[in-house]
Ligand binder design. Sequence first.
Ligand SMILES: Cc1ncc(COP(=O)(O)O)c(C=O)c1O
Length: 398
Amino acid sequence: MNPDLSRLQPYPFERLARLFAGLTVPAGLTPIALSIGEPRHATPGFITEEIITHLHGLAQYPTTRGRAELREAIAAWLTRRFRLPATSLDPEQHILPVNGTREALFAFAQCVLDRAADPIVLMPNPFYQIYEGAALLGGAAPWFLNTTAATGYRPDFDSVPAAIWSRCQLVYICTPGNPTGAVMGIPELQHLIQLADRHEFVIASDECYSEIYPDEAAPPPGLLQAAATMGRDDFRRCLVFHSLSKRSNAPGMRSGFVAGDARLISDFLRYRTYHGCAMPPATQAASIRAWQDEQHVIDNRTRYREKFTAVLDILSPVLAVRRPDAGFYLWPETPADDCVFASDLLTQQNVSVLPGSYLSRRAAGSNPGENHVRMALVAPLEDCSEAAQRIKSYLASG
Ligand SMILES: Cc1ncc(COP(=O)(O)O)c(C=O)c1O
């Protein structure tokens, strides 16, 4: 077996299941899960219908690069959403459909890393665990950048020692961040691009939460936007990863895309041709419609906004919690150890949250996830409000 497999850490939800095993929950209270990391709003009907309509396409093999119409719909969406110069994105060269960002974030590391050169992969800490697994199985060492209140919950790239930069081949960023909800601004993204030129690494920007934000007038910026704003129309060293899972409440569809640097896209296409991960035809058809429609995404944001307002009204007076820049998570500090908080909350109130330390590693002398929990506001408004009331009661009882 590949010995690197043994370096993979248990997934956070496995650890949560172990933490909760054998605990007794109060009989009279229905369970409410704020611990999960997936959207729970209904998939828009027109997306489901499009899948059904195109099931006859099963008789053909799809191509790895996907239909031109899909890449065109994606290019048009990216251009509109991130205000890119009209002709900067060529659907033939700059875009590749993927079966959700998870597989693509993982696979890209396998494609880009040169394991003979003792590579390092930088990533935020806490982080989406796929980045770490991708680095380890790609033969690289992960280097964690703690994102804490002191750094505005964003990675501080100026803290990276020169010896680390010299081995760095890939940097993952997650903006808006999971779990912190922090958004990196254009100047920060541009600074990272300058560092990428200086130290010759590639940036993989996971932007799968980019369409869940509180202010319609202030959508989170993206890496391609930052590149274009500095006149870098070839998006050299930059790749963005987007998904319909959160934007369109379609995590079961497994649809996303990668876009940016044509050279990287071409190499990734070659890799994927061998890997064998073309997007099924019906998924491609439904994805075209989804990327072309914005109304369902606006409606989706309205629902999250209502939930954040309701929950923060209840929790802000009793817990160190802030409204995130974007995304659907709260990342409060806990008054006690995060695992104790999560266990006690379950046994007293039947509400599950994810201990922050399950999403982070010890680095630079501390574990930035400790004494935090992640709460996903994915359940219906009434359930989120009820969960917040129960958390308030739990805190009052302590
Ligand atoms: C930060 C982050 N990136 C990527 C993903 C993967 O999403 P998908 O593969 O559904 O696009 C998730 C899913 O929860 C996530 O939280």
